[in-house]
Every structure is written in C-alpha cells, then in structure tokens.
Write a new protein. Structure first.
Length: 296
C-alpha cells in the first residue's frame, strides 16, 4: 500500500542519529581523508622516506615550498636527513594507524573475552579476573607501555604487544559491566535451562548485547593507542628510525624548533593532532547514539 510509510532500517536510523552532529560528520570526514591518504601513500607521496639511498644531505632542512635535487617541490619542507616531510607524514600515518588498529583489535578480543567470562562464570573466577583488571587499571597506560617496550625492544610487534597489554583491561572492565547487567535477563536464563554450551551462551547470546559500549571504547582506545605510540616513538623507545611514525618525526625536528626550522616537527604534530581529534569526535557521537540515556 502506497499510503503506508516504509520501515526505516536500523543502519539508516543509526546514520540519521549520527549525522545530527556536524562535528561528528566533520571528524568522520577528517578521519576518512587521513586514512585514505595513508593507505594511498605509496602512490601519492613524492618520495619513499624508507629508501635511505634515495636521500640527499643537500636537501636537508629545506623550507616549505623549496625545490630539491629530485626535481620536485617539497611542499612541507625537508628534515635533517633530506627527507620530504609530506612523504614522511603520509608513511608515518600508515605506521601509526596500523599499530593502533592492530593493538586495538587484539585488546578488544582479549578484554572482551575476559570480561564476558568473568560475568558469565561469577564467583571466585569473577573476583580473580576483575581484581587483576582493577590492578592494571590503577597503573597509567603510558607507564606500563613504556616499561614493556623498554624490556621488549623497538619494533612494530613489540609496540603492538605493549599497547595490547596496556589497553585490554579497559575492554575487560566495559564488557564485564555490560555483561553483568545482561546475565540475569530472561534470554540468558533460557540459555542456561536449555544447557547450551558455555561458548554459545557467551558469544551468541551475551556478546551481541554488550557490543554497543565496546564499540565506543574501541574508538576511544584507538585514539589513545595512536597517542601512546607517538609518545613512545618520541622518547626513542617505540618505532625504529628506519620506520618513522609521527612520534619519531616530531622528535627528529624537536632540536630545530628554536632555530626557526619549525616545519620539521610542527607539520607531523598537526597531522597527529588532526587524526586524534577526528577519532574522538566520532567516538563522542557514537557514545550518544549507542547509549539512549545520554541523548539530550
């Protein structure tokens, strides 16, 4: 019947509510542009900053807009090694985003499983798991990551392991809190009465109902992981020099800030700031959309 309104799909309803915030749309567009630039870096970057043989000291510390020996314009200048800052930022974004997403995905899986198991099992197991989680949450994430990276050494894998160890507790606490409110619902009682396997009770019945807060936490933790990785690299214990991330690029130009060569540190810092702000704007709106009690 043409007079009846067509039902709105959940995905379209979600997008309508998300699009109510112009700041969230701006953050989403900003993140999308940055991620697209990072993914296509090998094709759009003027230079491969990882190719040490292709660098020339004659191009060191050129100001923005200068033409180097390679025959192209360095729109954001060059650093002390003659590396094009724009190219270094694009490749640095690839490194930072990959490390943060990889660490966030692993931490999400581990933390969610720990929180679900603690809430479903209850009793001594719940107390033991959550006390360990609370103990870790009492330590600053950056301090824990710094200690782990210092012990494991530099490298992508080492940084990812440190970030997972520093962040999984946030997901465990969130999953446990949401699952604790759901485990006494009728559908969980029915699953227990039917003697369904424990894995099915947790993953097929309990997990879908605790995903909304986990999605919000995952968004925030990706931004935090990017900031922590940049901090570790800035301190010289994160990514190696041969694989510069945004933190490494900022550290490379820090010593030249007072000499007027601001571009070496400022432009990577602005890229890092834009990425973190964009992710946080998206996360704030996701929190409001996925939690009706927070809507105004």
């Amino acid at each position: 019947m043409s007079g009846l309104a067509r039902p709105v799909s959940p995905a379209r309803m979600f997008w309508r509510e998300f699009a109510e915030s112009r700041l969230a749309l701006l953050g989403l567009a900003l993140v999308a542009v940055i991620v697209l630039a990072a993914v296509t870096a090998p094709w759009i970057a003027p230079q491969d900053p990882y190719d040490q043989a292709g660098l020339s000291l004659l191009d060191a510390r050129l100001p923005p807009g200068s033409e180097g020996s390679g025959g192209y314009v360095h729109w954001l200048g060059t650093d002390a090694a003659g590396r094009d800052v724009l190219s270094a930022i694009l490749y640095g974004l690839r490194t930072s985003i990959f490390v943060a997403v990889a660490a966030g995905a692993v931490a999400l899986c581990l933390g969610t499983l720990a929180g679900l198991f603690a809430a479903w099992r209850g009793g001594f197991a719940e107390q033991l798991v959550m006390r360990l989680v609370d103990l870790q949450l009492s330590l600053p994430a950056i301090l824990l990551a710094l200690v782990l990276v210092a012990a494991l050494g530099q490298g992508t894998q080492q940084v990812v392991i440190a970030l997972v160890a520093a962040q999984y507790a946030y997901f465990a606490r969130t999953a446990h809190g949401a699952a604790s409110a759901e485990r006494h619902r009728d559908y969980m009682d029915a699953a227990r009465v039917l003697a369904l396997p424990p894995a099915r009770q947790m993953l097929r019945h309990l997990l879908p109902n605790v995903l909304p807060p986990l999605i919000v936490v995952a968004t925030v933790q990706v931004a935090n992981a990017i900031a922590i990785e940049a901090t570790l690299s800035f301190l010289g214990v994160g990514m190696p020099v041969t694989e510069p991330s945004l933190g490494t690029l900022i550290a490379n130009g820090f010593q030249f800030m007072l000499s007027g060569r601001y571009w070496i540190s400022v432009y990577p810092g602005l890229a890092l700031l834009a990425l973190i702000i964009g992710i946080n704007l998206v996360g704030d709106q996701l929190r409001d959309v996925l939690n009706p009690r927070l809507r105004k």
